[in-house]
Every structure is written in C-alpha cells, then in structure tokens.
Design a protein around this ligand. Structure first.
Ligand code: SF4
Ligand code: SF4
Length: 290
C-alpha cells in the first residue's frame, strides 16, 4: 500500500489553520463540486492542470518548440514546463506514493509534538482519492501523528466513513442548507452531504463544521437558522465561520478559465459578528476563521 500513488497539488507546512497546532496540510487533486467561490481552482480537475503566468513569459518560444500537440491542443504532458526556464509554465499536480508523502509529512513531527498539531488532508476533495487518503491517514496515525480530514462530504457514505475512521478529526465543509441554493452555487444538491454529516456525527466522530460566509449567497437568517436547527440535534456544536475573501483570482487567469469570483463580496467585520452572534444564540460554539 505504501507504493500506492496519489495526485497532490500542494503541501503546506507550518500551517496554523485546518486543525489544532502546527499542521502540514496536503491538498489533493480532484473535486466533485464546482463552488462558484472556489479559491483553489487548480484543485478541481482530477488530473494535473497546466498553469501559465504571462507576466513571467519571455516569449522565447521554447515551449512551442517542444510541445508535441500544439499549445492550443494541450494534453498536459508537462514537456513545456520542463523547457521553460522562466518558470512561466507550471503543473499543478504531482504524483507521490504514500511512503513518499508520509516521509515528507514526518519531517515536521517535532513541531506536531510540541504544538499538538499534525497532518490535514484537504483539496480538492480527499474522497476523490479515497484509497490514497485512507492509506496516508492510516500511516500517519501509525506513526503517532494527529490526523484530520477536510471534506465537502460529497462521497458514498461507506467510503467516507471508511476514510474518516483513520482521522482524529473531521473538518466538514458545509456550503448551504437549501438544496436548490447548494446546487446553484456548487453544481450538486446537498442531500448526500447532509446524510453523510449525520452519519459521521452518529458514528461519534469529532466533527468541526466549516461554513464559508458569503454575503447574498448563504448568509441569510433562514439559512443560518436552518444550519443551527440541523446541527443541534446531531450534537454538533463546533462551527468555524470562514468569511469569504477574494483570493484566487489570479489562479483562474493562469488556468485560462473564466473567473466567477468578482460576483462575490467579502463580509465586513460587522456582518461576520452579526452572523456569529446569531449562530451562538442557537447554542453553537462559533469561531471565526479556522
Ligand atoms: S518557454 Fe516559457 S518563457 Fe518561453 S515562451 Fe514559453 S512560457 Fe514563455
Ligand atoms: S503540457 Fe504538453 S501538450 Fe500542454 S502545452 Fe505543454 S507541452 Fe504542450
């Protein structure tokens, strides 16, 4: 199993987000959702993605010279990336084995031990590479490393529960409670997601719900009330509110895809405090950020 490989687009060391203490967050490729506010669009495809930074390009033509298909008919082979000395072209997504990734994570074990931190699998969606995710979490746990799984919950229940069994904590990203609203902004309804959140809670997992707060999208009083009404009976009290920020616009440009982020605005501090207060009044343990 240690030789099984997965596709990873970023490994962020010394993160103070995505779980307790100092963490290494591993971002996996592939996501079944298409959240309109996604700030990691390079995570969405299930294979590697080619990114082009026009500001770095020296117009030397080396990429065109090595490309076997013609730049406009890119098949993401990566040859132009190797040819580009200006590093204007980059591949998001590298194959790593479980053993290689765990060795990379383990380098910071001393910081995990001192801070109560560990590793978090994020994405993309780790369930898109469920077997790889399961193996990485299991291997880290076997080495005494705290494990967290960050998921949007869109996966077969059995698969999600099987992977979560190797996580000390589940960070569950809820996007909207109204299913039509959820479908409109993510591309899928939320029935399976809510059922999976219920299953995780009933199985006794330590779950932190995370909710991106996006003005005019999912911050209405009925949405927040519906979320509190859903979480309370499940005994899920801990909620991290993540105020939307416009970071990520440049990534859309480098991927050459339309950027939907301008459609959204960030909530001001007052709006965040108001939403947090409304949720706290419903008995939830709300933290801003996370
Ligand atoms: S190889 Fe790099 S610097 Fe040269 S034209 Fe291509 S992208 Fe630009
Ligand atoms: S990744 Fe391969 S196919 Fe795509 S532009 Fe570069 S060389 Fe051509």
């Amino acid at each position: 199993m240690d030789s099984a490989a997965g596709l990873v687009f970023n490994v962020m060391r010394f993160s103070l987000r995505d779980g307790p203490g100092i963490r290494t967050t591993v971002f996996l490729k592939g996501c079944p959702l298409r959240c309109a506010w996604c700030h990691n669009p390079e995570s969405q495809d299930f294979g590697p993605s080619l990114m082009f930074n026009a500001e770095r390009c020296r117009h030397c033509g080396d990429c065109e010279a090595v490309c076997p298909h013609g730049l406009a008919a890119c098949e993401v082979c990566g040859r132009c990336v190797e040819a580009c000395v200006a590093e204007a072209r980059q591949l998001a997504g590298r194959r790593v084995t479980v053993a290689e990734l765990v060795a990379e994570i383990e380098r910071d074990a001393i910081f995990f031990d001192e801070s109560g931190g560990g590793v978090t699998l994020s994405g993309g969606e780790p369930m898109a590479q469920a077997e790889f995710s399961r193996a990485v979490l299991a291997a880290c746990r076997a080495r005494g490393i705290h494990t967290a799984l960050d998921t949007c919950g869109q996966a077969p229940a059995e698969t999600l529960l099987g992977v979560a069994a190797h996580a000390d904590m589940v960070l569950f990203d809820l996007k909207a409670m109204d299913s039509d609203l959820h479908r409109r902004y993510t591309g899928v309804p939320n029935h399976a997601i809510l059922a999976n959140l219920t299953a995780l809670a009933q199985a006794g997992h330590a779950v932190v719900v995370r909710y991106p707060l996006i003005p005019g999208v999912n911050d209405s009083a009925p949405e927040l009330q519906a979320m509190a009404d859903f979480l309370r009976p499940l005994g899920l009290r801990r909620l991290d509110l993540l105020p939307y920020h416009g970071i990520g616009i440049d990534k859309y440009r480098r991927l050459g895809i339309p950027c939907p982020l301008e459609e959204f605005s960030s909530p001001g501090p007052e709006r965040v405090a108001q939403a947090a207060g409304a949720l706290r009044s419903q008995g939830l343990d709300v933290r801003v950020g996370g």
